[in-house]
Design a protein around this ligand. Sequence first.
Ligand code: KIV
Length: 271
Amino acid sequence: MSVHKDAKRITTQVLQEMKHNGEKIAMLTAYDYSMATLVDQAGVDVILVGDSASNVMAGHETTLPITLDQMIYHAASVVRAAKRALVVVDLPFGTYQGNSKEALNSAIRIMKESGAHAVKLEGGREVRESIERILSAGIPVMGHLGLTPQSIYKFGTYTVRAKEEEEAIRLREDAALLDEIGCFAVVFEKIPAGLAGEVSRAIHCPTIGIGAGGDCDGQVLVVHDMLGITQSFSPRFLRRYLDLGDQMYNAVQQYVSDVRGRDFPNADEQY
Ligand code: KIV
């Protein structure tokens, strides 16, 4: 099944080389061992253990409730599966903002207890101190600008960010800052494609877009969304590669009917 069985581990340096060589980076989320095994074997470069686990795994309305312990549990499962992909883990809400020492402790716990390769956190200048402190411990950091779901109660909506010039200027400055202080990559979520392309060309580290157009250095989607397991979420940027939700529903219905109709198990399916 595996296309990359003997392939070497993707590192932050490999991602930098990919940008340099104009090769696009493919990133997907995963939160558990089985899904991460498939995603890794299919050749994804980066697996993000996103705090979107709060939505798709735990059923919360926002990403805010997920805890550091829960993120570590998901991350350790993914790390056990990933033989090639770089595994990046979101620092959850409330574990890094406003206190750089706490940020470093949170990042250290993720690295030590899950075996992940890097952390991601949301924000620009306001989290500079936290990023610098984490980097100073040798932990690679991925930034995240544009729509930052942990600030949903500040924004009020999940609409496209940085459409107005003032916010676009701030995003340009924040991206340059994250690049300069040493983030190995930056996620751009839901910003105009032109702006994302312009900043991707201007900064040194790779940019990974979600709803940010084709000129980012790579793309990321939530795996449950692109496989069609989550069905109520259909923003314009989402390409559904499968209607797995429908297929799973039909399979489960068939199983229920087979059990009730005494068709399962049959003579070959027992001892
Ligand atoms: O948590 C997540 O899945 C993310 C991606 C949407 C980038 O941060």
